[in-house]
Every structure is written in C-alpha cells, then in structure tokens.
Unconditional design. Structure first.
Length: 247
C-alpha cells in the first residue's frame, strides 16, 4: 500500500487507535473519512481536526452500511482504501447465561460488521487501479484473554477471514492487510491507564513506520504483539496463555 495520496474510509475512528491512525494518515497526505454512530461527536472531531471528514455509520445495521457506502463513494469517487476499525470489547462471565447478549452484540459489530462492510465496498474497490482493505484483528486472536471470550473469538475469525479474502482478491488490484494491535492504552476495556498496555502514541508511531517501510506487507505486527502472535508458532502457547491470564 502506498502510504500517501489515498482516499481512505474508516469504520469507527472516533477515538483511540482509529482516530490516531486517521490523523497520522491525514498528515501523510491522504484524504481520510472516519465514521461513527454519534453525529455530535463526528461534528466535534471534524471541527477540531482540519481536513478530517466524517460519515454517520452503525456497523451493526446493514442499511446504515449501505447508506454510508453511497454517501462516501458519491462524495469521494476516488476512494481506494477501506479500514474496518469499528469494534467493541467487553468482559463476559460464561457461567452466567446473560453473557449471551454481550456475545451476540460483539459478533454483530466486530465480525458481521467487518464482513458486511467489506462485502459492500469490495466491488467498488476492485475497480480502482491501486486499492487496499485493512482489517483489524488483535494479538488476542491467537492467545485469548479469558475474561473477553467473544472478543477474542471475533478477532480470530477476522484473522481467518482476512487470509481468505487475501487469497480470493489475489488477482485483483486490492491489497489485503491485517493490522494486529497488542493491548494499547485506550478506553477499550478501560485500558487507558494500564501499565501492561502499550502507550497509544508509541503504537501509532511504530505501526505507521511499518506501513511506510513495508508497503507489500500482509500483516502489520509491532514488536509488542509478536509475543502473542508467534506464541504457537514458536512452541510456547501454554506459557503465553498463562502469562496473559495471570492477573
């Protein structure tokens, strides 16, 4: 992926890693459109960050995805990059039947939201001479955190789905990239003050450097996430699983 001169649409992007990446991409000379459910927040972000554009979108609602597609591609016919950033992360007690509601909502947003968005935008993207789809999984896709079981499962599914998407789009103009964050200090699961999580600005800097240095990369893996991502490959899954769930 050429790191500059793109028109990028991002699901989510109103806070944390999403907003940080949106601003970093903007600063590299890209046109960036972020999305979210709250119009007041989108208007505030557009006012605070010159050049950042916004579109209302609820990825849990297929009709909202369709409306966002029409709005974005009509206003920006040069769109060539999709980033599926929107997601939620919640704790679940699997001994409590009530966790099913949380599980279903997590699947609807993290997995179905990703699949539906990609399915909607891909026919348009393959008409562009240089395009990319960037999915967002997690280090927890390969080594789960027990208190967030459905989040881990959806990110494992996004990882697998991304691999299949890459193979099916291999003969098209669309590059498929998987962004794999470790725990990062954001409000996701209240990790903004978590000393075990990677500082947000450090993550953004390292991830953007990799995107610029490795334009043909299939995965963007900062050093911090390799502890999780490579655990099974390096024969240390059990030890890593115990370490991740030790607190």
């Amino acid at each position: 992926m050429n790191p500059t001169k793109n028109t990028i649409f991002m699901t989510g992007g109103t806070s944390g890693i999403g907003l940080g990446l949106a601003l970093r991409f903007r600063d590299l000379g890209n046109k960036v459109i972020i999305s979210g459910r709250r119009k007041d927040l989108l208007d505030q972000l557009a006012a605070e960050h010159e050049g950042l554009e916004t579109v209302e979108l609820d990825v849990a609602d297929p009709s909202s995805i369709a409306a966002a597609f029409e709005a974005v591609t009509t206003a920006h016919p040069d769109l060539n990059v999709l980033i599926t950033m929107a997601g939620i992360m919640q704790m679940e007690n699997l001994l409590d039947p009530a966790h099913q509601q949380t599980a279903e909502e997590t699947i609807k947003i993290n997995l179905l939201g990703t699949i539906r968005t990609i399915a909607t935008f891909t026919p348009f993207l393959i008409t562009r001479p240089e395009a990319a789809v960037i999915t967002v999984s997690s280090g927890l896709a390969t080594v789960p955190l027990a208190i967030t079981p459905t989040y881990n499962a959806t990110k494992a599914a996004v990882h697998s789905y991304t691999q299949s998407l890459r193979l099916q789009l291999a003969d098209t103009s669309v590059q498929v990239i998987e962004l794999v964050p470790p725990a990062v200090r954001t409000t996701l699961l209240g990790q903004q003050d978590n000393e075990r999580a990677m500082p947000l600005e450090d993550y953004l800097t390292e991830a953007m450097e990799l995107i610029q240095q490795q334009p043909d990369a299939d995965e963007i893996l900062v050093e911090r996430v390799k502890f999780l991502r490579l655990a099974e490959r390096e024969g240390r899954f059990d030890q890593t699983l115990a370490a991740v769930n030790s607190h």
